[in-house]
Design a protein around this ligand. Structure first.
Ligand code: HXC
Length: 287
């Protein structure tokens, strides 16, 4: 699964429990699958009950003795997260690895963003990450565990149509750094994984339809894969990274150093209607 068995011992996460928000989505699902393949049990939470339960059932087949629970939770609601943590502790025994991956995204210029559109993404990404850590932090202290926040590289430079997401990811990076220093003395590590352009993800398919051109712009000459992120996650969660705390692990083939955008700049910004905004309800009316 994701090639982890070629690099890591098969049982390094035996008796460990993962709790992952957005775990039915492509990137986070790969992260959890890799940890489960190496011995962990897991809870994945997501807004879509059917999708989350189906993903959990499929992930339970990764090992003959794997336990993966799927729960319907909106990370904007602290109480439902706390209830999911309680269920996890009751059924799986605790939490060792927390992955905060739930995120919202669509393409919109600042001009196109309503205050509620901006708030929606900030609430899912930033408040959601805070809520998740708050709900699980006592368990992480007990287990001397760790948290991984899934961020991005967007906010290292300006990326048009992503003001709301960039602001949210910058806030998540800061949150992780503070957790690293406040919870490090309690035995909890906090790190960021910042994926670059990853093929086969819902977000990338929607945000960047021309992935051949994107791949050519990446210094290593290819799009990233879900397995690239999964393998980095295994490294961070393993004892190999026991001195890694407050770090940002960029997994992007060197991409952000040379390109920051998947739109033509400045043409598409001067005239936003040139760019076809894909995705949700507003996009249809604005394209
Ligand atoms: C402008 C938009 C919009 C769009 C929604 N809104 N889509 N505005 N352009 N394309 C506005 C709505 O009009 C509304 O504002 C407000 O946002 C809330 O919209 P809702 O649909 O009511 O919100 P909700 O149901 O909570 O949906 C959240 C969502 C949704 C983020 C808007 O699209 C979503 O959950 N998407 C799937 C998650 C996702 O994309 N995951 C992949 C993340 S990838 P008004 O003012 O009308 O009330 C990722 C990687 C980043 O994060 C790096 C990429 C390179």
């Amino acid at each position: 699964m994701h090639g982890v068995e070629k690099i890591f011992q098969p049982d390094i996460f035996k008796n460990k429990v993962v709790f992952c928000t957005g775990g039915a989505g492509t990137i986070c699902r790969g992260q959890v699958e890799a940890l489960v393949a190496l011995g962990a049990n897991a809870t994945i939470v997501g807004r879509n009950k059917e999708k989350t339960e189906k993903a959990a059932a499929e992930m339970s087949k990764i090992r003959h003795d794997a336990k993966v629970i799927g729960l319907s939770v909106d990370v904007r609601n602290y109480e439902s997260l706390a209830a999911a943590v309680k269920t996890t502790v009751e059924q799986l025994g605790g939490i060792d690895i927390l992955i905060c991956g739930a995120a919202g995204n669509f393409l919109a210029t600042i001009e196109q963003l309503s205050p509620n559109a901006f708030k929606t993404v900030m609430d899912i990404d930033v408040l959601g990450s805070f809520n998740t850590f708050k709900a699980a932090s006592d368990e992480l202290i007990k287990s001397k565990g760790q948290v991984i926040f899934v961020s991005a590289t967007l906010h290292y430079r300006g990326v048009p149509y992503q003001g709301h997401v960039s602001a949210a990811k910058a806030a998540i990076d800061s949150l992780s750094q503070v957790i690293a220093i406040e919870y490090g003395p309690k035995g909890v590590r906090s790190n960021i994984i910042a994926p670059g352009p990853i093929a086969g993800t819902e977000g990338m398919d929607r945000l960047s339809p021309n992935q051949d051109a994107t791949a050519k712009s990446v210094p290593v000459g290819r799009m990233g894969t879900i397995s690239d992120i999964a393998l980095s996650t295994v490294y961070l969660c393993s004892d190999a990274a026991s001195f890694v705390n407050g770090a940002v692990v960029v997994v992007d083939g060197g991409s952000w150093h040379v390109t920051s955008t998947f739109v033509n700049y400045p043409e598409d910004v001067i005239n936003p209607k040139v760019f076809k905004v894909a995705g949700t309800k507003k996009s249809k009316s604005s394209s």
